[in-house]
Design a protein around this ligand. Structure first.
Ligand SMILES: Nc1ncnc2c1ncn2[C@@H]1O[C@H](COP(=O)(O)OP(=O)(O)OP(=O)(O)O)[C@@H](O)[C@H]1O
Length: 469
């Protein structure tokens, strides 16, 4: 759709060839590119043409903005499967038709009424997978969910900051992204930025190293809604904390919303200055807890629906009763069960579920798996060196082994996506996200992958039991 634009040179066309359209959510057209350079080219040279081209799309799609996400792994992405026009996820349509709320917020941000405003949202770093639509509400998260919705509907008017804490895998990151999507759907010009604390730290360090402090400041201060994940990561990092302190103050003073997640409540966060912890307590503090059985069943049901998996209710109930600690683990179990059924071309029934779950060694909650064990076992299984997994080789065999190791780190540890990326030679969190999705999908399609993942994870758990015995 861009080829009619005279400014598009052959060189630029080359860059456009690297772009993979991913879909439309919350009024944003999501594109993936393999590196920062392509993203910059796109944003600097193509933005006006792309925005005007988006303006010619069917109104029903309600697209007014685009987001470019860097995913270095799309080099091995098969573009032929995705070359058709992107489709709007059904959930996104509902989100787009949400009635506007009357908080008066739109009037308070001048750019919210500008037609070109949405372009400001091209770097939100929001994950289209996490919306309020697919978040299941239960006793364990009802309050956090209500607070999150309130903040999205009236940024900086309801609670500022909103501080959400809780154990790993209980939906904090999901809520953060959902706030961002919902706020953008209500106020298309609102400038939103999601950042994990690891990325904030890296960004800060790079900005000092490259003398780009001004760009860093504007990235985090010229926004209306800052969503910062896993703040505990700033523990003991005095200079980054100082940078965050000033960012926070600037945003708060200018009536901009800050939402923070953490594994602990402010008063239990160690390695933070008091002035920082006090600020975390200015607004509303809420927690997410381990979901009860009904909520776990509902989460599995929703997940099965969204992945179009046919799983009878009694099976979902059985799975939910067996895996109780963490939603991420619960989702992992559902993937294993449905992958096994799909590979064997059998329906998901109780016998199959029992077989699969029997195969999955379960560990006590206090048995914590170290990522280094995952990497060692994966390397050993594939007869590769550990450095192969950490390194940058793109050979198919090494890349797949690396993606399996990333998948298992995601499934078996509480490490966040950026932390796993860092572990694997400083890769971007989107690379880990891609590996996780890819292996999850391949497990349903290729028996060899399913068997490899199951075997490696069992070896890791077996070894862990042996160590702690
Ligand atoms: N209530 C819920 N409804 C639907 N999905 C949920 C819910 N809670 C958690 N999940 C899903 O569980 C997975 C883990 O959630 P998430 O990443 O948000 O956890 P987290 O609390 O941020 O964990 P961490 O602290 O490790 O980053 C995600 O796929 C998320 O979509």
């Amino acid at each position: 759709m861009l080829s009619t634009d005279e400014r598009i040179t052959p060189q630029l066309k080359g860059f456009l060839g690297l772009v993979v359209p991913k879909g439309i959510l919350g009024g944003s057209f999501y594109l993936e590119v393999p590196n920062d350079f392509t993203r910059d080219m796109l944003e600097q040279r193509v933005r006006p043409s792309l925005l005007s081209a988006l303006g010619t799309l069917d109104d029903a799609l309600a697209v007014s903005n685009f987001s470019v996400v860097v995913n270095p792994d799309i080099d091995d992405y098969d573009r032929s499967t995705d070359s058709s026009a992107p489709v709007v996820a059904p959930a996104a349509r509902d989100e787009l038709t949400q009635p506007a709320v009357t908080s008066g917020y739109a009037e308070s941000i001048p750019h919210a009424q500008e037609t070109v405003g949405p372009a400001r949202n091209n770097d939100t770093r929001l994950n289209p997978k996490y919306s309020f639509d697919n978040f299941v509400i239960g006793g364990s998260n009802r309050f956090a969910h209500a607070a999150a919705v309130a903040v999205a509907e009236a940024p900086a008017k309801a609670y500022n900051p909103l501080f959400i804490y809780g154990d790993s895998g209980l939906g904090k990151t999901h809520l953060l992204h959902a706030i961002g999507h919902y706020a953008i759907s209500l106020y298309p010009g609102v400038r939103v930025r999601y950042v994990s604390s690891e990325e904030f730290t890296n960004d800060f360090i790079n900005s000092i190293a490259n003398n780009r402090g001004a760009a860093f400041h504007s990235r985090y201060r010229d926004i209306d809604l800052l969503l910062i994940d896993d703040i505990q990561f700033l523990q003991g990092k005095a200079e980054t904390q100082e940078a965050f302190f000033h960012t926070f103050n600037t945003l708060h003073d200018h009536n901009k919303q800050v939402v923070i997640t953490s594994d602990l409540p402010p008063k239990h966060l160690t390695g933070f200055e008091d002035r920082m912890r006090t600020r975390f307590e200015w607004g509303l503090i809420t927690d997410v807890q381990t979901p009860d059985l009904e909520t776990r069943i509902a989460i599995l049901r929703k997940k099965a629906q969204s992945e179009r998996l046919r799983v009878p209710d009694d099976i979902l109930e059985f799975m939910a009763s067996k895996v109780s600690s963490n939603v991420r683990e619960l989702e992992g179990t559902l993937i294993r069960v449905t992958a096994f059924a799909s590979l064997n071309r059998t329906p998901v029934d109780m016998q199959l579920v029992q077989t699969v779950l029997k195969d999955l060694i379960t560990l006590d909650d206090d048995n914590v798996i170290a990522p280094v064990d995952i990497i060692n076992h994966t390397a050993e299984y594939f007869k590769l060196s550990v450095d192969d997994l950490y390194g940058s080789s793109r050979s198919q065999a090494i890349a797949t082994a690396r993606q399996i190791a990333m998948y298992l780190c995601r499934e078996m540890t509480s490490l966040s996506l950026p932390k796993i990326g860092q572990l694997f030679g400083g890769r971007d969190h989107t690379t880990v996200m891609y590996a996780n999705n890819k292996i999850g999908k391949l497990m349903t399609e290729k028996r060899s992958i399913y068997n490899q993942v199951t075997e490696i994870s069992n070896r890791i758990k077996h070894n862990q039991r042996y160590k702690s015995a």
